[in-house]
Design a protein around this ligand. Sequence first.
Ligand SMILES: Cc1cc2nc3c(=O)[nH]c(=O)nc-3n(C[C@H](O)[C@H](O)[C@H](O)COP(=O)(O)O)c2cc1C
Length: 312
Amino acid sequence: MTTAAAIDLSTSVGSLRLRNPIIAASGTFGYGAEFAHLVNLNALGAFVVKGLSREPIEGAPAPRVVETASGMLNAIGLQNVGVRAFVAEKLPVLRKYDTPVIANVFGYAIEDYVEVIRILEDAEGLAAYELNISCPNVKKGGMQFGCDPSMVSEVVAAARRAAAKRPLWVKLTPLVTDIGLIARSAAEAGADALTVANTFPAMAIDYRTGKSRLGNPTGGLSGPAIKPITLKLVWEVHKAVKIPVVGLGGVERVDDVLDYLSVGASAVQVGTASFSDPTVTQRLVNGLEDAISQAKAFTIKEIMTNFSAKIG
Ligand SMILES: Cc1cc2nc3c(=O)[nH]c(=O)nc-3n(C[C@H](O)[C@H](O)[C@H](O)COP(=O)(O)O)c2cc1C
């Protein structure tokens, strides 16, 4: 029997060393500081801030979130303060924490992504970039960047050139026919790690009123409802590329964390669960030592090879 004292929770996502594999996911943890009275930010592996764009975005009309069976649908419309206000007002507060802060970046054209990264490159206090490529490319008729291997290649290569200072993670969209192909395009274009995955396009309506239950006609599905699907995607991506994978989708309990690690994820992100329990990230960190001990392991690496060693 292993003892909790012997357990090493640390992990690495490429060159980025984390004290544990629990990362708060973009869009569900504000700009980090909002959670400081609920969670010890210095206990987390890392946190990803709300997606940042070139200019501030007001976002979508209310209601922006709605509960669905075992999940949640959101249409926030990528509301954010804009990259310049983030650097001037939010980042200085985050510098006092000893936890890696990851900037989630998005745009509607390749130049947008490049410009946001260029501005962040001049700022201190960030550990990595995470590129959200589940956005419509306005120059290609609104098709999502993340759905097409050549567009993935183009946007990742451009971001890579701009991101000279820091690791570049690319967050994949889940709704593609062959995620391995998309993952390879991102890796070949210079991604340091892949985050798998973003929300699933979905809808919830009220047939009585004939209206969407969201302010927008459609939204993104997240939470436990998507976990079995994203778990498979993480497994597929891990087999397709050599770079590290960060898994997410419906992580609520310590068992969910170990499931993602077992299919090869180097770390996990926690999103929707923070809505029902804002302290969940801290709770997961606290429960991890015991869970790893019960799995008769000492390190995250040992858990990561669990499933692949047995199934492939
Ligand atoms: C309210 C809300 C806002 C989100 N905003 C972003 C965002 O700005 N950028 C991004 O890459 N992902 C965003 N996401 C997606 C989450 O980071 C995550 O990929 C997704 O919710 C799946 O994980 P979960 O099931 O743990 O929530 C958002 C999700 C939710 C629920």
